[in-house]
Ligand binder design. Structure first.
Ligand code: GUN
Length: 301
């Protein structure tokens, strides 16, 4: 049997970034202003610091103005709220991103609720999530990784309407919003998705059998290679959101990243599959840049 088409997230992200760079130039010519993104990092947790560095660099590459605040891990909730309030009031800032997770002593919900709806480029404000979940409403922003997953399906020519989609995982950051996007009837930036969606999570009996019926499978559980070849319906589109470090003595770092899907097995059955790395990852930051430009355009117009 033929093996899956590998969805090249890096190439798709690069071509979208070119579109965004053109858009930034056009906005600058038309309005004399550039989009701005504020990225707030609390503490020095390794992968958070890496992601934040990548986000700031991506802004610079595309001509988006980057605002940075790095706070110590023991910063008070009040001081962090003050930083958010200042960015809310700053007219040069069109998007605010507070990197998650936050330290235990800070109430994450309180921080996310404080970000202006018009600058919520992560799409984590409950009003934006609420609008995503309701028919006839349009969120101002949709979360970056879920939006990236849908964009990969769309740009790979995978049909969604009427298909059976299974989402593995129910997190606020990926599983829950991607499930809503897959069943959405119409959102302005794409999508007439109209899948029939099942969400599978840690308390679901017989996850394997449910996944095996999926025409589209999105795995976002953070369990290295949990989804085996026999979980995949032949010809299915598989989107792997996982980035799990596993020991690898041949690497200088001592580890390598694998997805939630056992790639070498799954690619023998799937019709389409994203690799890890190089699949969903490059799309997340690209969608953040896209959301920032959308937010800026709304304030310029
Ligand atoms: N931590 C992991 N993913 C994300 C994301 O998309 N946005 C933010 N702010 N934090 C994250």
């Amino acid at each position: 049997s033929p093996t899956a088409q590998i969805i090249n997230g890096k190439a798709i992200a690069d071509s979208i970034r070119k579109e965004i760079a053109d858009e930034v130039k056009a906005l600058q010519e038309k309005y004399g202003k550039v989009p701005g993104l504020a990225v707030v990092l609390v503490g020095t947790k390794g992968d958070s610091a890496t992601y934040v560095r990548m986000k700031r660099k991506a802004c610079a590459d595309l001509g988006i103005q980057s605002f940075s605040t790095d706070l110590p891990g023991d910063v008070s909730e009040e001081d962090l709220l003050k930083v958010v309030a200042d960015y809310n009031a700053n007219e040069e800032v069109h998007g605010i991103l507070v990197q998650l997770p936050l330290p235990k002593h800070i109430d994450e919900q309180r921080i996310l609720d404080a970000i202006s709806l018009e600058k919520d480029v992560d799409g984590f404000h409950p009003a934006n999530i609420g609008a995503l979940a309701m028919r006839g409403r349009t969120p101002l922003f949709t979360s970056c990784t879920p939006k990236g997953c849908l964009e990969l399906l769309k740009r790979s020519g995978v049909a969604i309407s009427g298909k059976r989609a299974v989402v593995l995982g129910r997190s606020n950051i990926v599983g829950m919003p991607v499930a809503h996007l897959l069943q959405a009837c119409a959102l302005p930036f794409i999508i007439i998705s109209d899948a029939t969606v099942t969400v599978v999570h840690s308390r679901t009996p017989d996850a394997r059998a449910i996944c095996a019926e999926a025409d589209i499978l999105v795995a976002a559980i953070g369990q290295a290679e949990m989804v085996r070849g026999d979980w995949i319906k032949p010809g299915a589109a598989v989107i792997d959101v996982g980035t799990n470090p596993i020991p690898d003595a041949s690497k200088k770092s001592g580890y390598r990243l694998v997805g939630d899907v056992a790639f070498s097995e799954a690619k023998e059955r799937a019709g389409f599959i994203t690799p890890v790395p190089g699949g969903v990852g490059p799309m997340t930051i690209t969608m953040l840049l896209s959301n920032t430009v959308d937010g800026a355009r709304r304030t310029f117009e």
